[in-house]
Design a protein around this ligand. Sequence first.
Ligand code: SF4
Length: 140
Amino acid sequence: MSDESRRADPPERMCPSTPRENATVFLGMITPAGRVAYVTPAVPAQVVLDDQADAADQDKPAGPVEARYRLAGPCVTTSCGFWTGDHCGLGARLSASYQETVTQQETGLPRCAIRRSCRWFAEQGPAACGPCSHVITDAR
Ligand code: SF4
């Protein structure tokens, strides 16, 4: 058996900031301070999406779910406006501007549930994880 045939398929890349329509994983919730409190191990996105539907049923509009939770789902590459043709432009931009603006880098990586398959981590490495914890997918 050749090395090539033994090699595991690369994992499907996951987008760590995706809208509800594409969500498969509940990545975390946004704290009042605007940081992401990551949830591990992975919880299906449907859990929070059902919760959101219940709140709407009770006439309690809670705003866009993407303003309260971080959701992850399969990276859609060419169907996304951030796809450059060979990488995620959003992950690259966030990582670069975080490096430029933050003088004291955070030590240690957040305990998120998708690191092995995360698109941003695969392309930017640990530099993606600092800014990731500040991202609100829909900040309306
Ligand atoms: S960028 Fe880092 S912290 Fe954010 S989802 Fe990807 S691996 Fe996890």
